[in-house]
Design a protein around this ligand. Sequence first.
Ligand SMILES: [Zn+2]
Length: 182
Amino acid sequence: MGNCWHKWTHHPKRIIIKKYVLYSKKTLSPPLISLHIGVASPIISTFKKTWVLPNKFLTTNKVKEVSYKIIHRYYPANHYMQKLKKYINTNCSFCDSHPETVNLLFWLCPYTKKLWADLSRFTIDYLTKDFVLHFENVVFGFHNFSKREGKCYFLINLFLFLAKMFIHKSKCIKKIPSFVIF
Ligand SMILES: [Zn+2]
């Protein structure tokens, strides 16, 4: 019994699960941390895929960095920056009508929504008809698709990385993000 317990407590899968639960408690919403210990979880496999996804593309480190900061919740959106800069304008850099948090800047702002809607339209017209984009796809990418759709979703994931970088750049240069310019 002692030997079995030693084997389990030092099993690599258990260590990965333990680390992931700690990570989830810090960063994700509660439903995602319900794991069956000892069973290979689809959440963990998705997390691993998310982790290696940026390395599939020949993009600059800056492109990867923007996504990395969003996933790890330290993207410097104005709302969070007020802790460091007291007199900063905390409103959205694009519309100036709501606090600038990550999900508002990258998803809910009307200008960003328009960009994602145009990108989705383009994807439906030229890549795949059954395309629906959610905020979790913007953050983590697409991982569940058939082999046949592999090439399409390779491009779609690349577009997502570039679009997040484009939104970040637009914020920096204080320009409204537009699909035509993207
Ligand atoms: Zn806005």
